[in-house]
Write a new protein. Structure first.
Length: 307
């Protein structure tokens, strides 16, 4: 039996965007739509979708998407998008509805929690990154700076207003409980699911990503490299092993960290490093089957802050 209340999924990233966040939020919206009315409020151009039985309705909010490396433009764009989302929710949320969002951009949950509270709706947050801690770990903010303190003060109000915070990593709970507005009964641990079918995939010399590499042992890296990742340490490992002919680094991804890897390789031109742009979903299985070991280069003390 379908619920009479509406679930409003708020996400800047939604198909046709190919990001992991877009894929996850789309899958969640499609699943909930089997039991409840779902409206997606999206910031992705081309995402709008008319109402259809058993499918989410997608409302597209005008949005400006500068590159991740353009930090000032990106901050301005995200502030404008957050403001538009707030007013969009005020006109679409009704008492008893549930608003579900993520921490991208970081100010989005503030707007969603505030709009839901004003409209008598419930609100839930899927916590991917904890701000300002992410910016502190990345060296962009000092822990005691005015901006960091202001963000923590706003967080306390937000966590008090939220009905549920969904964490996808076990280490986030203890950090959340430092906030006075957060209680343990609000926290739900629901890990992300795999987007590929699980199974044993032996390394094969016929693998399209591996057959051009002569080395016996391949070290892989794949995914979005953001503020909490350290691309330099990966490249330094490759530099230290540049004379080991049996070891090769196959590095693929996107984001500001991958742009940094490309800069480093443009200068050093290490023969034991191959850079691959983000691959299509249809090629991901082959890419993830190509290496003997995979790296996730998080910065020090980032457990619970980002996942």
């Amino acid at each position: 039996m379908r619920s009479s209340r509406k679930v409003v999924v708020v996400s800047q990233h939604y198909p046709p965007d190919h990001s992991t966040t877009a894929a996850i939020m789309s899958a969640i919206a499609e699943r909930i739509a089997q039991e409840s009315e779902v409206m997606v409020v999206s910031g992705m151009p081309g995402s709008a979708r008319a109402p259809a039985p058993g499918r989410p309705t997608v409302v597209e909010i005008r949005n400006w998407l500068p590159g991740k490396a353009a930090l000032i433009k990106r901050a301005l764009a995200e502030a404008l998008f957050t403001g538009r989302i707030f007013f969009a929710l005020l006109s679409r949320l009704k008492r008893g509805d549930v608003a579900l969002t993520v921490t991208a951009p970081f100010a989005l949950p503030y707007a969603v929690a505030a709009a839901a509270r004003l409209k008598g709706a419930k609100s839930a947050l899927i916590l991917h990154d904890l701000f300002p801690d992410v910016l502190v770990m990345a060296g962009l903010l000092r822990p005691s700076s005015l901006v960091a303190r202001a963000m923590r003060a706003i967080n306390a109000l937000m966590f008090r207003a939220l009905n549920t915070v969904i964490v996808i990593g076990r280490d986030a709970e203890k950090l959340l409980l430092r906030y006075g507005g957060m209680t343990q009964d609000k926290i739900r641990f629901i890990p992300n699911w795999a987007t590929l079918d699980p199974g044993n995939r032996p390394v094969s010399p016929d693998n399209p990503f591996r057959k051009a590499i002569a080395a016996r042992f391949v070290v892989g890296l794949s995914g979005n490299l953001g503020f909490t990742h350290d691309p330099d340490i990966v490249f330094e490992a490759a530099r230290l092993l540049r004379d080991e002919g049996e070891i090769h680094f196959l590095l693929s991804g996107w984001g500001i960290g991958f742009a940094r890897l490309k800069e480093l390789q443009a200068t050093a031109r290490l023969a034991n490093v191959t850079l691959v742009e983000r691959v299509a979903d249809s090629e991901l299985d082959a890419l993830l089957s190509s290496a003997d070991v995979w790296l996730i280069p998080y910065r020090k003390d980032v457990a619970g802050v980002s996942v």
